[in-house]
Design a protein around this ligand. Structure first.
Ligand SMILES: Cc1cc2nc3c(=O)[nH]c(=O)nc-3n(C[C@H](O)[C@H](O)[C@H](O)COP(=O)(O)O)c2cc1C
Length: 353
């Protein structure tokens, strides 16, 4: 078998040693948004395992933008300072590291998944979510507050400030979270955005926020640093956002300085009709790559070396993210990368020879 996934990938000045990434995966383990020992152990283990790029889990740009009270954050300088040693430790273990900057919008203030389901009430440490329109994620949820222009301006500033802190903390790249039904995706989809102002209506209005955010982020990033974006290519719901709209918006974002599209799907509302199986989102990455010319990442139930290789050989994507596989098996890359591309620590060499 050829080992295309063992070859390097360059994004602006960021040289990645192979095509295997760790995608963002919330740990719901932070207090006051601060990374701690759990995050260090979790991420450094995957860095030692051989991925070229780790994308740190959804990290909130403001307290009300957290999915749960236990999310990571970059809304203050104490959080920035706490990320510095984590970034250094990941670098020392041989991987590069990006952070996914996020705002949960109407999907904010939910429970840590293994401790409960649904929204956390204000009486139990939760808060009232904001959203493009006063439409809840689930009909059983309380209504989010529709954002006014002041809210939109505050969110844009929060994304800019968090990006500046990410640069100061030493990250190699930043990923804008525009997927999975969180705030940016809520603006993009006509099912969650029924605004009558310049941020709603046709595709140009619904994509205004993401365009403005890309400009804000790019303004804070040095020209050498890549800007990644994670999208849901489709809502999987009748009358929803789809891959054609997604490709059109991304093509328009390309001149604004997007360097890589991490292609996922779904998450906007319950009841999506997604056929979930091996590599079920690869076709979306391929479609977006062909339509925009942008490098893409494929993710979602990719679990064998043959699958990874096929995705790259067929030109569907430029990199592959391995999510739950790496939670089960952090050393999968070390076992499957070509011997000359492996980054096995000296202490572990006897296990890989
Ligand atoms: C525990 C867990 C947490 C996740 N958190 C995030 C997140 O913070 N941001 C995000 O964009 N996707 C998140 N995801 C989705 C993953 O990044 C990935 O897209 C998904 O698991 C599908 O890939 P896989 O089949 O390789 O696991 C999460 C997934 C899991 C399992």
């Amino acid at each position: 078998m050829s080992t295309l996934f063992s070859t390097p990938l360059q994004l602006r000045s960021l040289a990645l040693s192979n095509r295997l990434f760790m995608p963002p995966m919330c740990q719901y383990s932070a207090i006051d948004g601060l990374p701690d020992d759990w995050h260090r152990q979790h991420y450094v283990t995957r860095a030692l395992g051989g991925v070229s790029l780790i994308v740190i889990e959804a990290t909130a740009v403001s307290p009300e933008g957290r999915i749960s009270p236990a999310d990571l954050g970059l809304w203050n300088d104490a959080q920035r300072d706490a990320f510095k040693p984590l970034v250094e430790a990941i670098h020392a273990a041989g991987a590069k590291v990006a952070v996914q900057l996020a705002h949960a919008g109407r999907k904010a203030s939910t429970s840590i998944p293994w401790l409960g389901k649904g929204q956390v009430p204000e009486t139990a440490g939760g808060w009232g979510p904001i959203a493009p329109s006063a439409i809840p994620f689930d009909p059983a949820d309380s209504e989010p507050q529709a954002m006014d222009q002041g809210d939109i301006d505050r969110v844009k500033k929060a994304f800019g400030d968090a990006t500046r802190r990410a640069v100061e903390a030493g990250f190699d790249a930043v990923e804008l979270h525009a997927a999975h039904g969180y705030l940016v995706h809520q603006f993009l989809s006509p099912l969650s955005n029924t605004r009558g102002d310049q941020y709603g209506g046709d595709l140009s209005g619904r994509s205004r926020l993401v365009r403005e955010l890309v400009r804000v982020l790019r303004h804070e990033l040095p020209a050498s640093m890549p800007l990644l974006i994670r999208v849901s290519a489709t809502d999987g719901l009748p009358g929803g956002w789809d891959v054609e709209e997604c490709a059109t918006v991304l093509k328009g974002l390309q001149p604004e300085g997007i360097d890589f599209v991490d292609v996922s799907s779904g998450g906007l509302a319950p009841g999506a009709k997604m056929v979930v199986g091996p590599g079920y989102q690869v076709g979306f990455a391929s479609r977006i790559r062909a339509a925009t010319g942008l490098p893409t990442g494929a993710v979602g139930l990719i679990t064998s070396a043959e699958q990874v290789e096929q995705i790259l050989i067929s030109g569907s994507a430029d990199a592959v993210s391995l999510g739950r596989l790496l939670l089960r098996d952090p050393y999968w890359p070390a076992r499957h990368l070509a011997p000359e591309a492996r980054r096995v620590p000296g202490q572990y060499l006897r296990a890989f020879s």
